[in-house]
Design a protein around this ligand. Structure first.
Ligand code: SAH
Length: 243
């Protein structure tokens, strides 16, 4: 081959090699993911049928629901039900919420990349893990010491390093770390605690199930220049927030 032809062939190599390498790497990654995660197909189905089909459209929320291993947040005894369409018991009278509700509340919260978030009711830590992938820092308060300890341990092992869990009473919020850009309650008080509204940053948003054991609605609160705007996003059913 004469000189210039050889040079052209050499120049062509990266054009051929790079896309082939990229395709191979993606096939391998898919393979590894499917191989290591026997729940991958069930999780994909959950997102499509329970969440997208019911109208959740936020692409970031859908992406995070697709990549968060819910089966690792539930007790072994109910693991096979991890991607079913409902809440599951996690001990101490608590439940991990229905996947659709987690996605819907997260969408309503409108989390942004640089937000600092307060969650009340850590439970399994699943909702905190979802928020952690969409924001810069999550502070989560759980009343039951055993649940707080288990969630802290689980989140650390799974690598969600921007979540801090504390055992405490959610009615008080987390004064030392306030204000928060976003506040999410996953247990229902009879009325939104005043301390939490105070700990909401200006231009902040709070989402909470509010009401009695039998009848609750998902309340959204926005703070702007000290003014509070409040509306309901529909009926929900959560465990009551304990006093
Ligand atoms: N977000 C959780 C589900 C929470 S269930 C998850 O993703 O798994 C509601 C949780 O709120 C329970 O764990 C319950 O113990 C907790 N809780 C109830 N009352 C509370 C209070 N006053 N302060 C903090 N947590 C409370």
């Amino acid at each position: 081959m004469n000189g210039w032809r050889l040079a052209v062939v050499r120049a062509m190599w990266p054009i051929i090699i790079v896309p082939v390498a990229v395709v191979l790497a993606e096939i391998t990654a898919d393979h590894v993911r499917a191989e290591n995660d026997p729940f991958a197909a069930a999780r994909e189905r959950m997102v499509r049928e329970q969440i997208e089909n019911r109208g959740v459209r936020n692409a970031d929320v859908l992406r995070v629901m697709r990549q968060t291993p819910r089966h690792l947040f539930v007790p072994q005894s109910v693991r096979s039900l991890a991607y079913d369409d409902g809440p599951l018991p996690i001990g101490w009278g608590a439940t991990i919420s229905q996947p659709y509700i987690v996605a819907f509340m997260t969408e309503m919260l409108k989390p942004a990349k640089h937000d600092r978030v307060l969650e009340i009711g850590t439970g399994s830590g699943y909702q905190a893990a979802v928020l952690a992938q969409l924001t810069s820092k999550v502070y989560s308060v759980e009343l039951v010491p055993e649940l707080a300890a288990a969630a802290r341990d689980r989140l650390r092992k799974l690598g969600y390093s921007n979540v801090t869990v504390r055992q405490g009473d959610g009615y008080q919020g987390w004064r030392e770390e306030a204000p928060f850009d976003r506040i999410l309650l996953t247990a229902a008080p009879e009325e939104v605690p005043e301390a939490l509204i105070e700990q909401l940053a200006d231009r902040g948003r709070l989402v909470a199930p509010v009401g009695s054991v039998w009848s609750q609605e998902l309340v959204v609160i926005e703070k702007s220049n000290g003014n509070i705007r409040r509306w309901s996003a529909g009926g929900v059913q959560f465990i009551p927030m304990k006093r």
